[in-house]
Design a protein around this ligand. Structure first.
Ligand code: AP5
Ligand code: MG
Length: 187
Protein backbone atom coordinates (compact mmCIF):
# COMPACT_ATOMS: atom_id res chain seq x y z
CA UNK A 1 0.00 0.00 0.00
CA UNK A 2 1.40 3.40 -1.00
CA UNK A 3 -0.02 6.48 0.72
CA UNK A 4 0.66 10.21 0.54
CA UNK A 5 0.08 12.01 3.85
CA UNK A 6 -0.51 15.65 3.04
CA UNK A 7 -1.23 18.83 4.98
CA UNK A 8 -0.05 22.27 6.08
CA UNK A 9 3.21 22.64 8.04
CA UNK A 10 2.63 21.18 11.50
CA UNK A 11 -0.55 19.33 10.50
CA UNK A 12 0.74 16.08 12.02
CA UNK A 13 2.10 14.33 8.91
CA UNK A 14 5.25 13.00 10.57
CA UNK A 15 3.45 11.98 13.75
CA UNK A 16 0.78 9.99 11.91
CA UNK A 17 3.25 8.45 9.43
CA UNK A 18 5.27 7.06 12.32
CA UNK A 19 2.22 5.32 13.78
CA UNK A 20 0.99 4.08 10.41
CA UNK A 21 4.38 2.74 9.38
CA UNK A 22 4.52 0.65 12.57
CA UNK A 23 1.00 -0.67 12.07
CA UNK A 24 1.28 -1.44 8.37
CA UNK A 25 4.98 -2.27 8.00
CA UNK A 26 5.42 0.56 5.49
CA UNK A 27 8.56 2.61 5.00
CA UNK A 28 8.16 6.26 5.98
CA UNK A 29 9.83 8.70 3.58
CA UNK A 30 9.88 12.32 4.78
CA UNK A 31 11.65 14.64 2.34
CA UNK A 32 12.00 17.19 5.16
CA UNK A 33 13.89 14.60 7.24
CA UNK A 34 16.01 13.58 4.22
CA UNK A 35 16.98 17.20 3.58
CA UNK A 36 17.80 17.76 7.27
CA UNK A 37 20.08 14.68 7.13
CA UNK A 38 21.87 16.14 4.11
CA UNK A 39 22.33 19.40 6.05
CA UNK A 40 23.67 17.54 9.11
CA UNK A 41 26.13 15.64 6.88
CA UNK A 42 27.19 18.90 5.21
CA UNK A 43 26.82 17.22 1.81
CA UNK A 44 26.80 19.30 -1.37
CA UNK A 45 22.99 19.22 -1.40
CA UNK A 46 22.88 19.97 2.33
CA UNK A 47 25.04 23.07 1.99
CA UNK A 48 22.79 24.34 -0.80
CA UNK A 49 19.61 23.45 1.14
CA UNK A 50 20.40 25.00 4.50
CA UNK A 51 19.59 28.62 3.65
CA UNK A 52 16.53 27.62 1.66
CA UNK A 53 15.00 25.50 4.44
CA UNK A 54 15.74 28.23 6.99
CA UNK A 55 13.97 30.80 4.83
CA UNK A 56 10.88 28.58 4.62
CA UNK A 57 11.09 28.26 0.83
CA UNK A 58 10.80 25.01 -1.08
CA UNK A 59 13.89 23.35 -2.51
CA UNK A 60 13.90 23.02 -6.30
CA UNK A 61 11.99 20.05 -7.71
CA UNK A 62 15.00 18.38 -9.34
CA UNK A 63 17.11 18.32 -6.17
CA UNK A 64 14.28 17.03 -3.99
CA UNK A 65 13.36 14.41 -6.56
CA UNK A 66 16.95 13.20 -6.68
CA UNK A 67 17.08 12.62 -2.90
CA UNK A 68 13.57 11.19 -2.84
CA UNK A 69 13.95 8.70 -5.69
CA UNK A 70 17.22 7.39 -4.27
CA UNK A 71 15.49 6.70 -0.96
CA UNK A 72 12.51 5.10 -2.72
CA UNK A 73 14.75 2.73 -4.68
CA UNK A 74 16.40 1.69 -1.42
CA UNK A 75 13.04 1.00 0.25
CA UNK A 76 11.54 -1.56 -2.06
CA UNK A 77 11.84 -4.50 0.28
CA UNK A 78 9.07 -2.99 2.44
CA UNK A 79 5.34 -3.59 1.98
CA UNK A 80 4.69 -0.09 0.73
CA UNK A 81 5.53 3.54 1.32
CA UNK A 82 4.18 6.49 3.27
CA UNK A 83 5.09 9.71 1.49
CA UNK A 84 5.42 12.60 3.96
CA UNK A 85 6.04 16.06 2.50
CA UNK A 86 6.37 14.76 -1.05
CA UNK A 87 5.01 15.68 -3.54
CA UNK A 88 4.84 19.39 -2.73
CA UNK A 89 4.38 20.92 -6.18
CA UNK A 90 2.36 19.83 -9.20
CA UNK A 91 5.64 19.14 -11.00
CA UNK A 92 6.69 16.79 -8.18
CA UNK A 93 3.28 15.05 -8.36
CA UNK A 94 3.82 14.40 -12.08
CA UNK A 95 7.39 13.22 -11.49
CA UNK A 96 6.12 10.85 -8.81
CA UNK A 97 3.49 9.44 -11.17
CA UNK A 98 6.12 8.72 -13.83
CA UNK A 99 8.52 7.22 -11.32
CA UNK A 100 5.88 4.91 -9.85
CA UNK A 101 4.82 3.73 -13.31
CA UNK A 102 8.46 2.97 -14.15
CA UNK A 103 8.75 0.98 -10.91
CA UNK A 104 5.48 -0.86 -11.50
CA UNK A 105 3.94 0.79 -8.45
CA UNK A 106 0.90 3.00 -7.86
CA UNK A 107 -0.50 5.38 -5.27
CA UNK A 108 -3.44 3.91 -3.36
CA UNK A 109 -4.44 6.85 -1.16
CA UNK A 110 -3.88 10.58 -0.76
CA UNK A 111 -4.83 11.69 2.75
CA UNK A 112 -5.08 15.36 3.59
CA UNK A 113 -4.91 16.21 7.29
CA UNK A 114 -7.12 19.26 7.82
CA UNK A 115 -5.97 21.77 10.43
CA UNK A 116 -6.29 25.55 10.62
CA UNK A 117 -3.20 27.69 10.29
CA UNK A 118 -3.64 28.93 13.89
CA UNK A 119 -3.68 25.43 15.34
CA UNK A 120 -0.72 24.31 13.21
CA UNK A 121 1.37 27.34 14.14
CA UNK A 122 0.72 26.82 17.83
CA UNK A 123 1.83 23.16 17.52
CA UNK A 124 4.98 24.20 15.65
CA UNK A 125 5.89 26.91 18.15
CA UNK A 126 5.39 24.45 21.01
CA UNK A 127 7.75 22.04 19.25
CA UNK A 128 10.26 24.87 18.74
CA UNK A 129 10.84 25.08 22.48
CA UNK A 130 11.43 21.30 22.69
CA UNK A 131 13.27 20.28 19.50
CA UNK A 132 14.80 23.51 18.22
CA UNK A 133 14.22 22.85 14.49
CA UNK A 134 15.87 25.82 12.79
CA UNK A 135 12.81 26.52 10.61
CA UNK A 136 10.40 26.58 13.59
CA UNK A 137 10.41 30.33 14.23
CA UNK A 138 7.52 32.74 13.54
CA UNK A 139 9.12 34.39 10.50
CA UNK A 140 10.07 31.14 8.74
CA UNK A 141 6.75 29.54 9.62
CA UNK A 142 4.97 32.43 7.88
CA UNK A 143 7.02 31.82 4.76
CA UNK A 144 6.39 28.03 4.95
CA UNK A 145 2.64 28.72 4.93
CA UNK A 146 2.96 31.11 1.97
CA UNK A 147 4.81 28.44 -0.01
CA UNK A 148 2.20 25.89 0.98
CA UNK A 149 -0.72 28.06 -0.18
CA UNK A 150 0.93 29.04 -3.44
CA UNK A 151 2.64 25.84 -4.57
CA UNK A 152 1.48 22.89 -2.49
CA UNK A 153 -2.25 23.27 -1.79
CA UNK A 154 -3.24 22.82 -5.51
CA UNK A 155 -1.99 19.23 -5.35
CA UNK A 156 -5.07 18.19 -3.36
CA UNK A 157 -7.23 18.89 -6.44
CA UNK A 158 -4.85 16.91 -8.65
CA UNK A 159 -5.37 13.78 -6.55
CA UNK A 160 -9.08 14.33 -6.01
CA UNK A 161 -9.48 14.26 -9.79
CA UNK A 162 -7.75 10.89 -9.79
CA UNK A 163 -10.33 9.72 -7.23
CA UNK A 164 -7.84 8.70 -4.54
CA UNK A 165 -7.89 11.80 -2.30
CA UNK A 166 -9.78 12.26 0.94
CA UNK A 167 -9.66 14.56 3.95
CA UNK A 168 -9.23 13.71 7.61
CA UNK A 169 -10.00 16.09 10.47
CA UNK A 170 -6.56 16.81 11.98
CA UNK A 171 -7.80 18.37 15.22
CA UNK A 172 -7.87 16.60 18.59
CA UNK A 173 -5.34 14.24 20.11
CA UNK A 174 -2.77 12.22 18.16
CA UNK A 175 -4.78 9.09 18.91
CA UNK A 176 -8.07 10.61 17.75
CA UNK A 177 -6.55 11.63 14.41
CA UNK A 178 -4.90 8.22 14.04
CA UNK A 179 -8.20 6.42 14.71
CA UNK A 180 -9.92 8.52 12.02
CA UNK A 181 -7.26 7.50 9.48
CA UNK A 182 -7.47 3.83 10.45
CA UNK A 183 -11.24 3.93 10.06
CA UNK A 184 -11.07 5.67 6.68
CA UNK A 185 -8.46 3.24 5.33
CA UNK A 186 -10.35 0.24 6.77
CA UNK A 187 -7.09 -1.23 8.08
P1 AP5 B 1 8.95 19.31 6.47
O1 AP5 B 1 9.93 18.78 7.40
O2 AP5 B 1 8.14 18.37 5.68
O3 AP5 B 1 8.02 20.34 7.25
P2 AP5 B 1 6.48 20.75 7.15
O4 AP5 B 1 5.74 20.25 5.99
O5 AP5 B 1 6.48 22.22 7.34
O6 AP5 B 1 5.82 19.99 8.28
P3 AP5 B 1 6.32 19.65 9.75
O7 AP5 B 1 7.32 18.56 9.69
O8 AP5 B 1 6.66 20.89 10.49
O9 AP5 B 1 4.95 19.17 10.37
P4 AP5 B 1 4.20 17.77 10.25
O10 AP5 B 1 2.98 17.94 9.42
O11 AP5 B 1 5.14 16.66 9.93
O12 AP5 B 1 3.68 17.65 11.73
P5 AP5 B 1 4.32 16.88 12.99
O13 AP5 B 1 3.82 15.49 13.02
O14 AP5 B 1 5.76 17.12 13.05
O15 AP5 B 1 9.69 20.27 5.43
C1 AP5 B 1 10.58 21.25 5.90
C2 AP5 B 1 11.19 22.01 4.75
O16 AP5 B 1 11.93 21.12 3.90
C3 AP5 B 1 10.24 22.73 3.80
O17 AP5 B 1 9.86 23.99 4.31
C4 AP5 B 1 11.09 22.84 2.54
O18 AP5 B 1 12.05 23.86 2.67
C5 AP5 B 1 11.84 21.52 2.54
N1 AP5 B 1 11.11 20.47 1.80
C6 AP5 B 1 10.60 19.31 2.34
N2 AP5 B 1 10.00 18.58 1.40
C7 AP5 B 1 10.12 19.27 0.24
C8 AP5 B 1 9.67 19.04 -1.10
N3 AP5 B 1 8.99 17.94 -1.41
N4 AP5 B 1 9.96 19.98 -2.03
C9 AP5 B 1 10.65 21.09 -1.74
N5 AP5 B 1 11.10 21.38 -0.50
C10 AP5 B 1 10.83 20.48 0.49
O19 AP5 B 1 3.57 17.68 14.15
C11 AP5 B 1 3.94 19.01 14.48
C12 AP5 B 1 4.03 19.15 16.00
O20 AP5 B 1 2.73 18.95 16.56
C13 AP5 B 1 4.95 18.10 16.66
O21 AP5 B 1 5.57 18.67 17.76
C14 AP5 B 1 3.95 17.00 17.11
O22 AP5 B 1 4.44 16.30 18.23
C15 AP5 B 1 2.72 17.82 17.43
N6 AP5 B 1 1.47 17.11 17.15
C16 AP5 B 1 1.21 16.26 16.12
N7 AP5 B 1 -0.07 15.83 16.16
C17 AP5 B 1 -0.64 16.44 17.25
C18 AP5 B 1 -1.95 16.41 17.81
N8 AP5 B 1 -2.93 15.66 17.27
N9 AP5 B 1 -2.19 17.16 18.90
C19 AP5 B 1 -1.21 17.93 19.45
N10 AP5 B 1 0.05 17.99 18.97
C20 AP5 B 1 0.33 17.26 17.87
MG1 MG C 1 7.17 16.56 9.41
Amino acid sequence: MNIVIFGVPGAGKGTQCKLLSERLGLVHISTGDLIRSEIAEKSEIGIKAENIINSGKLLDDITVFEIFSKKLHNSLQKRGVLFDGFPRTLKQAEMLDDLLVSMNMKLDHFIELMLTENESVSRILKRASIEGRTDDNPETVKSRFQEYTLKTAPIAGYYRKKGIGFSINGTGTVEEVYNRIVLALKI
